[in-house]
Design a protein around this ligand. Structure first.
Ligand code: 1CP
Length: 382
């Protein structure tokens, strides 16, 4: 197997793809690749809240490295959670195993803004900073970059307002429409927390950052524009000067892709609902795409996984594409399937994918000579 993340000894292919530069192979990693599906994760992790595990830098570095060793992916993602900064400033968040973030006293009024003081990473989250440094040191000889991350203000706010995972985001939407000024103040504070956290991860060696707006797909384009984009754009602008690629991801965001692109990231994440060639049109040229195999397909027989993955690669067009699932790895996924997927992506020369198929059902293979040129900018294709 070629050294993961390496592109002929140059800059790792994951970072090249983020910038739309030619690569030998399309880079691949998986959201939620650490943990859940891996037996070695369950063995190392122990019980208790993930917030307790995150307090142990050696354990976090080990959990971050596990999927790199197991799957040969082109990037690692720090083992942490999107609620870590709000928990660290004392908002009162825990993460219930099997459920997710829970808040005993949800955000209700302007008084609750005082529970969101600024984050000082070296003081409030020293273990995260230390774990980042450790993981980066261990990844360096492997040539694998580390992705740092934060939750986008809308998605983090939804937990603080709802008090836990939600299906309808009813309280969140009631607050944003009912008291737009308070909503703006809340998301602005959450933006500052995300910026401080991301910059500390980059300072500790993270080579890229991802802003997870996982639940933005619950919003209409009008709601997104007014209530989510401003704070996310603030985060993305504030980390622009850090010199690392910025990935912006959400689920069910097909109708929001142009706006998520306009929020300012270098790479836009796409879930499985929109084919990548169509997503490319919506996002526009000059930004890379990340995605977008349906995570549920990893539970299907291998020939179905392979067919779908090759279609994703073909529609991605080989340049400015980072192969991933459309959302996180499902816990019941067989790790061997992910290992085969990485091998499949790495066995497919990116140059054979440079002509994506026409959009629409049955759009043909990536090698279709009649198909038009990739929507990726000419600059990226030289
Ligand atoms: O490989 C990795 O990605 C692991 C690191 C990681 C990341 C990037 C974890 C560990 N959490 C996250 C981000 C995260 N956390 C997101 C964005 C990504 C996504 O959409 O999946 C979100 C929405 C959360 C919130 C969260 N934390 C949930 C979802 C709840 C819901 O609303 O449905 C859950 C279940 C958690 C707990 C959590 N975070 C991470 C792990 C391994 C776990 C499970 C831990 C446990 O139960 O002990």
């Amino acid at each position: 197997m070629p050294a993961p993340g390496q592109d002929g000894g140059e800059e790792p292919r994951f970072l090249r793809a983020c910038r739309g530069l030619p690569v030998d192979r399309v880079p691949v990693w998986f959201m939620r690749q650490a943990g859940r599906a891996l037996p070695e994760y369950r063995a190392a992790r122990g019980t208790g809240s993930i917030l307790q595990a995150i307090a142990d830098p050696a354990l976090v570095a080990e959990l971050t490295l596990q999927p790199v060793r197991r799957y040969g992916v082109d990037a690692a993602i720090l083992f942490s959670d999107i609620v870590v900064p709000v928990a660290a400033v004392g908002f009162g968040v825990d993460v219930e195993p099997g459920r997710g973030p829970v808040v005993a006293e949800p955000f209700r009024s302007a008084r609750d803004l005082d529970r969101l003081r600024p984050l000082e990473p070296e003081v409030d989250t020293p273990a995260v900073v230390e774990a980042t440094r450790l993981a980066v040191d261990l990844l360096r000889p492997l040539g694998v970059p580390l992705i740092g991350f934060a939750g986008a203000p809308f998605t983090v706010a939804s937990y603080l307002v709802e008090g836990g995972p939600s299906r309808t985001y009813a309280r969140t939407k009631a607050l944003m429409h009912g008291d737009p000024a308070l909503w703006a103040a809340l998301t602005d504070r959450l933006a500052d927390l995300a910026v401080a956290s991301l910059l500390s991860q980059v300072a500790a060696g993270a080579a890229a950052v991802q802003l997870f707006d996982s639940w933005a797909g619950a919003l209409s384009p009008q709601q997104y524009e007014r209530f989510a984009r401003p704070a996310s754009a603030k985060v993305l602008a504030a980390v622009a000067g850090a010199g690392v690629p910025r990935i912006h991801f959400g689920v069910g965001t097909g109708e929001l892709l142009p706006q998520m692109a306009a929020a300012g990231a270098d790479v836009v994440g796409v879930d499985w609902r929109v084919p990548l060639d169509e997503a490319r049109r919506r996002v526009g040229s000059g930004r890379a795409l990340q995605g977008n195999l349906d995570p549920a397909l990893c539970l299907a027989p291998w020939p179905a996984v392979e067919e779908a993955a090759l279609d994703v690669l073909a529609r991605g067009g080989g340049t400015g594409h980072i192969f991933n699932l459309g959302h996180g790895v499902l816990p019941e996924t067989d790790p061997d399937v992910l290992e085969r997927l990485v091998a499949l992506v790495h066995d497919t020369p990116a140059g054979t994918l440079s002509r994506p198929p026409a959009a629409g059902p049955g759009g043909g293979s990536g090698r279709d000579p009649e198909a038009g040129p990739s929507a990726w900018s000419a600059e990226g294709r030289r």
